[in-house]
Design a protein around this ligand. Structure first.
Ligand code: DGJ
Length: 692
C-alpha cells in the first residue's frame, strides 16, 4: 500500500495505491490530524461484501477501468487507429512530489500512460486536478475524465447549474439516487445551458453552515459531468471535455484543470474559495492595483445606429454620471447596420466614422474615460467580404442551420487565426484602446476541442502582445463563463438581462463561483429591453453596484431624480471599490423567500455591506430578521441603513434602523439578525457595517 496525503488548513485528501493498481481517494474532507494513522484510514475505508456482490469491491479509482469489472462509467474510453476499443489495465509506476503531486500509471501492453496531477492552493483552499494520457502510438480518444473523485454519501442532493439567454445561473437541485446524473454540453462553448459547476452539500448544509464539496471544470469548449451512484452506494464524480470532441488521433491528451474544494462553512466556504481563486490566481490583471473603472456600454442606447454626434453626447452624459470607460459595442465596422452582415470585416465603417474611430476616442479621452471596443472574432456572416473571399474558413456544413444569421470561423485553421490577429492587432496598434468586449453569439455547428484551443491560442497571442488591454468574455451575455476563459480575460458579461430583478438572482447564484471584480453589472433602461419590466432607478442602480458597475441605458432618458440617484450610487460604489474589489460575497440564508440577500465582507473582516433585494411581495406582512454571517461573535459592529431615504410612506412603524445606527454584537447579528423596514417589492436595502 502506498499512501499520499494533501492538506491545507481546511481539508485533507488521502490517496492510496493498493497492489499497484490505480490510485483512489480514501478520504476527502475536514483536515485530519497530522498524526492520523493513514494505514488505519485506508483499512477503515473498505466496505463490506454480501450476497450478489463481487468477492471484492472494484476501486473507484482516479480513472475507473472498464476491464476491472467496474460496475459504473469508466474514466477513459480510447480506441486504436483501426477503431478497436482498447481496454487498458494500468499499474502504478511512479510518483513525483515537487510542490505538486503527480501519480504516474502505465499500461505497458497497450503503450498508455496516465498521469494524475494535484496541486493544493493553501490560501484559497482550491485543489487543482488534471489527467494526462500519453500513448506510444496515435490513438483516438472518446472520453478522458479529470481525476475522478468520490462524492459524500451523507448528501441527499446535488446542485448543478443550467440557464438560458437572459436567465443564466439557474440552480438545479437533484436528489441522489441509483444511476447517473449526466450533464453533457455539446454546443462547443461553455454555454448558458451548462455552466460547468457542481455543489454537493451534506444533509442540512445551507449557504452559511454545514459541509459542502464543490467542483468547477475550467474549459470553454463544453464539458461532460457524470455524477453516479453505484449499486453499493458509493458515488463518483467525473468531469472532462465533452465526449468525442477530439477529432484527430494523437499521442497526448489532457483534460482541463478541475478545481475542487471542501468546506465546513456551508456553500459559502466553497463560493469564497472559488471567488478568491478566480480573482487572485486565475485572472491576470493588467494593473492589479488600479481601481475597476465604472463602465458605460452603448449597446442598449443605440444598437447599430452609430452617429458620431449622438455618441459624443452620450459619452458626455455618461462621464458626468461617473463613467470611466466607454465601450463602443457592435455596429462600428464593415457595413454593420443590423445583425445580418459584416462579421469578420474588421475595418471601421467609413459611412459612420469617416475619419476612423480616432475622433470619438479623443472625445472620450477628453472626458476622462478610457475606450473599449466590441469584437466577435470567431464569427462570420455570409454577407461579408471575408466570407466571399474565403468561404472555406467557416466551420461546418455549407447548409448548416445559422445562428443569428452567422457561422463560426474554423479556429483550428492557422490562416484564420492569423487574419484575426492582424485585424485586431492593427486596431490596437493604431488606436488607444484599453478594453475589448469579446463576443460569441452562436453555438458551434458541432463540438470540437480544436476550436477552443484555437480561440485560446488567439487570445494568448493578443494578450502577450497587448498586455495592458483588458478583455471581457461575452457570449450573448453569459454563454462563455468558466475558469479557462477567465485565465485569458478580466470580466464576464454575466447576462444580456439588465432587468434588475433577474440580474439580482443571476448574480447571486453566480457568486457561488465568481467574485464581484470580474462580474459585469449594468444599470439598464427604465423599461427593460429584454423583459419589458419597469424598475425604479434606485433598484437598478443598487443591483449594478453589487458587482463591477456600469451603465447601459441611453442617458438622455434620465430625468433629474434618476440622474441624481445614479450619480449618488455610483459615487458610493467608487468610494467603496477599494475594499469591495476583493471582498468575499457571502450568500445569506434569507428566511423570506422573496428576499435575496448577500453580505460583502472585507478581507480583514472590519467592514461589510449587506444587500437585501426584495424580488416580490412577501408572504408575511412584516420583514423577517435577516441573519448575517461570518462575523466575530465577540466583536461589536455599527450598523447603518445606507439608503434610509428610500423608506416608503407605507412603512409606518419604528424599526430602529429607519432612524438611527445600531451597535450590536456579532452574536446578535448572526443569531437574531437585522430587522429592516417594510418596503415595496423590487427594492434593495443596503446596510453598512463597521467593526468598532
Ligand atoms: C450580444 C451581447 O451580449 C450584447 O451585449 C451585445 O454586445 C450584442 N451581442 C451585440 O451584437
Amino acid at each position: 500500500m502506498k499512501i499520499f496525503r494533501l492538506d491545507d488548513d481546511r481539508q485533507t485528501l488521502v490517496l492510496a495505491v493498493e497492489n499497484d493498481r490505480l490510485p483512489y481517494v480514501v478520504y476527502w474532507g475536514a483536515s485530519l490530524p497530522l498524526e492520523e494513522d493513514l494505514e488505519a484510514v485506508c483499512a477503515a475505508h473498505a466496505i463490506d461484501v454480501t450476497g450478489g456482490m463481487l468477492d471484492a469491491n472494484p476501486d473507484v479509482s482516479l480513472c475507473p477501468e472498464a476491464a476491472r469489472t467496474f460496475p459504473g462509467q469508466p474514466g477513459l474510453i480510447v480506441r486504436d487507429m483501426d477503431g478497436t476499443q482498447i481496454l487498458p489495465t494500468f499499474r502504478f509506476q511512479d510518483v513525483r512530489e515537487d510542490g505538486a503531486l503527480s501519480l504516474i500509471c502505465t499500461d505497458e501492453k497497450n503503450g498508455l500512460t496516465l498521469t494524475f496531477d494535484f496541486t493544493v492552493d493553501a490560501q484559497t483552499h482550491i485543489i487543482i486536478c488534471q489527467t494526462t494520457l500519453d500513448a506510444t502510438r496515435p490513438v483516438h480518444l472518446d472520453w478522458l475524465a479529470a481525476p475522478v473523485l468520490p462524492a459524500p454519501q451523507n448528501s441527499d442532493e446535488m446542485i448543478d447549474v443550467s440557464g438560458r439567454w437572459c436567465g443564466e445561473f439557474q440552480l438545479n437541485r437533484t436528489p441522489w439516487s441509483a444511476g447517473i446524473r449526466l450533464r453533457e454540453n455539446r454546443t462547443g462553448r461553455t454555454g448558458h445551458e451548462h455552466f460547468p459547476g457542481l455543489l454537493v452539500p451534506a444533509v442540512g448544509a445551507t449557504n452559511t453552515q454545514g459541509e459542502c464539496y464543490a467542483f468547477h471544470y475550467g474549459w470553454s469548449g463544453g464539458h461532460k459531468m457524470i455524477a453516479e451512484e453505484l449499486q453499493d452506494g458509493r458515488r463518483q464524480v467525473q468531469w472532462g471535455n465533452a465526449a468525442h470532441t477530439e477529432m484527430q488521433a494523437g499521442t497526448q491528451f489532457k483534460t482541463a484543470p478541475l478545481y475542487v474544494t471542501y468546506s465546513d462553512t456551508g456553500l459559502n466556504g466553497c463560493a469564497v474559495s472559488f471567488q478568491r481563486h478566480v480573482r487572485d490566481r486565475i485572472v491576470i490583471w493588467p494593473k492589479r492595483d488600479a481601481p475597476r473603472p465604472v463602465h458605460y456600454n452603448c449597446w442598449e442606447a443605440v444598437y447599430f445606429d452609430h452617429q458620431l454626434p449622438v455618441l459624443e453626447d452620450i459619452a458626455r452624459r455618461a462621464a458626468a454620471l461617473g463613467a470611466e470607460r466607454f465601450v463602443l459595442d457592435d455596429g462600428w465596422f464593415g457595413q454593420r447596420d443590423d445583425d445580418t452582415r459584416s462579421l469578420a470585416d474588421w475595418t471601421v465603417d467609413p459611412r459612420k466614422y469617416p475619419d476612423g474611430l480616432s475622433p470619438l476616442i479623443h472625445h472620450v479621452h477628453s472626458l476622462g474615460m478610457t475606450f473599449g471596443l466590441w469584437f466577435e472574432p470567431e464569427m462570420i456572416n455570409e454577407n461579408s467580404d471575408i466570407f466571399r473571399a474565403n468561404p472555406h474558413w467557416a466551420l461546418g456544413a455549407q447548409d448548416q442551420t445559422m445562428g443569428r444569421q452567422q457561422k463560426a470561423l474554423n479556429m483550428a485553421l492557422p490562416e484564420v487565426r492569423e487574419y484575426l490577429y492582424e485585424s485586431i492587432a492593427a486596431i490596437l496598434r493604431n488606436t488607444e484602446i484599453d478594453y475589448l468586449k469579446w463576443d460569441h453569439n452562436r453555438v458551434l455547428p458541432f463540438a470540437d476541442a480544436e476550436q477552443t484551443r484555437g480561440t485560446y491560442a488567439l487570445l494568448d497571442r493578443l494578450r502577450a502582445d497587448f498586455p495592458l488591454v483588458e478583455i471581457e468574455s461575452c457570449a450573448s451575455g453569459g454563454g462563455r463563463i468558466d475558469f479557462g476563459i477567465l485565465s485569458r480575460t478580466q470580466r464576464v458579461w454575466l447576462s444580456d438581462s439588465n432587468d434588475a430583478s433577474e440580474r439580482l438572482r443571476i448574480q447571486h447564484n453566480a457568486a457561488l463561483f465568481l467574485p464581484a471584480a470580474v462580474t459585469g453589472s449594468h444599470v439598464g433602461p427604465r423599461v427593460c429591453h429584454t423583459s419589458g419590466r419597469t424598475h425604479d432607478i434606485t433598484f437598478r442602480a443598487w443591483v449594478a453596484a453589487q458587482r463591477h458597475m456600469g451603465f447601459e441605458m441611453d442617458p438622455r432618458e434620465l430625468d433629474a431624480r434618476e440622474t441624481q440617484v445614479l450619480m449618488e450610487v455610483t459615487q458610493w460604489w467608487k468610494d467603496n471599490r477599494a475594499w469591495t474589489y476583493d471582498a468575499d460575497i457571502l450568500r445569506l440564508d434569507s428566511s423570506d423567500a422573496a428576499v435575496i440577500a448577500e453580505q460583502q465582507m472585507a478581507r480583514d473582516g472590519d467592514r461589510f455591506v449587506v444587500f437585501a433585494g426584495k424580488t416580490a411581495t412577501s408572504a408575511q406582512i412584516s420583514p423577517r430578521p435577516l441573519q448575517l454571517a461570518a462575523l466575530d461573535p465577540c466583536a461589536t459592529y455599527r450598523i447603518t441603513l445606507k439608503n434610509r431615504d428610500e423608506v416608503p410612506a407605507l412603512s409606518r412603524g419604528t424599526p430602529a434602523l429607519k432612524y438611527d445606527n445600531l451597535t450590536l454584537s456579532g452574536t446578535y447579528l448572526m443569531h437574531h439578525g437585522i430587522t429592516l423596514p417594510w418596503s415595496f417589492p423590487e427594492r434593495m436595502w443596503v446596510v453598512e457595517g463597521i467593526r468598532i
